[in-house]
Write a protein that binds this ligand. Structure first.
Ligand code: SF4
Length: 489
């Protein structure tokens, strides 16, 4: 989903984060369930996949670079025997490029007992924790924040001989976004940061067969688990022989669920905090149709996330919806790059317009977001080449003005087009006839979740968890700021 429609450049979207999945089910093939769960969550990360299984005595892990279906086959799954499993699909937002060492679940030894940790989100204070653990003799194998979390949990567990103490202590120390699942040889744990930034939900298998934890409800659906509830901010949920137990690991803070999950990251068939992602996207289309109407012949959605919003826009405006952009569903995140010659030919790996639908028509095109602007420009060019008479771009997120430090790979401000250009300049750069973004109020109105506490920092710059200056220093400067600092203005 996050790959650019146009090969050879970075995708013009906030790039996804990660998926976590956990199962506790005696007598079930938990590795296979985790494999299916991760496939349902594959849109959240395509660089590596891994599953760790506990059998009461020890933990066995299999992980590698690639998509879930590339990493796991029948023989790999057959080697993962047990009754508790955690799984992870990774997009590298922290810890550098894709590498086997950074692939999760992360395995740590506490005395002679293994634990497996899978993490979605990004921690903002790992440097200090890492330095202090190294001074205590703890060794690290990667540069990921997830390893810091695993080692922080392990260190206190070793001192107190109690895994829940280790988790609780880590939650008191770690700052940032984390939705984590952890397997010991005989138990499953799920816990979430005190702001609840990244999603995490609990489901139950029918006939009391066991428990499932997933980043999104679509991961529950695929294994036939029924949604029970979300893991609350700051909560630790444990699943073992005695069932499901909850405790508050750390006091909840201001609720700050990532609002971008509804715009782009989550699958449309997921329900987050009581709100259907599909319905939220349709509502966004309706809202922007009211906020920024335009005379046109057809409404098109940029697949996939723009399509429900386009349907909402069409329903509200009375302008017919059309499938005018076709997506190649079988191009995933790939290591096979096109040649320069192919690039010059303008090959379209992911999106292709339908000239028979578009030619001579005035189009309203609905997309989820604009980060750098390059993909939008190429999209508009492509639609014009296919014969569009007019292209009016409507974006169902507000202008992305600030970087995200909580698990999404967005650029520093100098790379964000909306932080460096006016709307008119952006419209000219992209080559559209008109350009409008949904308002923040309109976006909020579209999402009727069971709480009103969202992180909206990439639109407002108001970060729910403070960002240390060492991280934010250069990321907060626009092109104009850089120019001023270097005396060019
Ligand atoms: S900054 Fe934006 S993308 Fe990041 S968590 Fe907040 S709302 Fe989500």
């Amino acid at each position: 989903m996050s790959q650019s429609a146009f090969p050879g450049e970075r995708p013009d979207r906030p790039e996804e984060e990660c998926a976590v999945f956990g199962v506790y089910a005696k007598g079930e093939d938990v590795a296979r369930m985790a494999c299916f769960g991760l496939q349902a969550l594959q849109h959240r990360g395509q660089e590596s996949a891994g599953i760790a299984v506990g059998d009461g005595e020890t933990i066995t892990v299999a992980k590698d670079l690639g998509l879930v279906t590339q990493v796991f086959d029948e023989s790999t799954l057959a080697a993962l025997d047990g009754f508790v499993a955690v799984g992870h699909a990774r997009y590298s937002t922290s810890g550098g490029a894709a590498s086997w060492e950074a692939a999760q679940p992360h395995i740590s030894a506490i005395d002679d007992v293994l634990i497996a940790l899978a993490h979605n989100g990004t921690l903002v204070n790992t440097n200090a924790i890492r330095t202090s653990l190294i001074s205590e003799g703890v060794q690290f194998r990667s540069h990921t924040d997830s390893e810091v979390a695993a080692k922080a949990i392990g260190y206190v567990t070793q001192q107190t001989h109690h895994l829940r103490n280790g988790i609780r202590h880590a939650m008191e120390t770690l700052e940032g976004a984390y939705a984590m699942v952890l397997a010991s040889p005989d138990s499953l744990y799920a816990f979430r940061d005190p702001n609840g930034i990244r999603p995490l939900c609990v489901g139950r298998l029918p006939d009391d067969r066991g428990w499932v934890v997933s980043s999104e409800t679509c991961g529950l659906d695929i294994v036939g688990a029924e949604y029970v509830r979300d893991v609350e901010p700051g909560e630790i949920v444990c699943f073992n022989d005695e069932g499901m137990h909850s405790e508050q690991g750390v006091a909840p803070r201001r609720r700050a669920a990532c609002i971008f999950e509804y715009v782009y990251f989550a699958r449309p068939d997921s329900v987050l905090d009581g709100m259907s992602v599909y319905q939220a996207r349709r509502n966004m289309g309706r809202v922007i149709a009211r906020e920024s109407p335009v005379e046109a012949d057809l409404v098109l959605g940029v697949p996939d996330s723009g399509v429900p919003s386009a349907m909402g826009y069409a329903a509200e405006s009375g302008i017919p919806y059309a499938d005018g952009i076709v997506k190649n569903r079988y191009v995933g995140r790939t290591f096979i790059q096109p040649t320069q010659a192919m690039r010059q030919l303008g090959i379209r790996l992911k999106l292709n317009p339908l000239p028979s639908v578009i030619a001579g028509k005035r189009l309203v095109v609905i997309d989820d977001s604009i980060v750098r602007g390059n993909t939008s420009k190429k999209l508009v060019d492509m639609l014009r080449e296919a014969g569009a008479a007019e292209v009016h771009l409507r974006i169902v997120s507000p202008e992305v003005l600030w970087p995200c430090f909580y698990g999404i790979d967005t650029d520093s401000r100098d790379q964000l087009i909306a932080a460096n250009m006016t709307n008119a300049e952006m419209c000219e750069f992209i080559g559209a006839d008109s350009l409008a973004f949904i308002t923040l109020e309109g976006l909020r109105d579209s999402i009727r979740a069971n709480h009103e506490g969202f992180c909206e920092a990439c639109f407002t710059g108001e970060y729910p968890v403070d960002i240390p200056e060492s991280i934010s220093k250069n990321s907060f400067l626009t092109k104009a700021d850089f120019a001023e600092a270097s005396g060019l203005q």
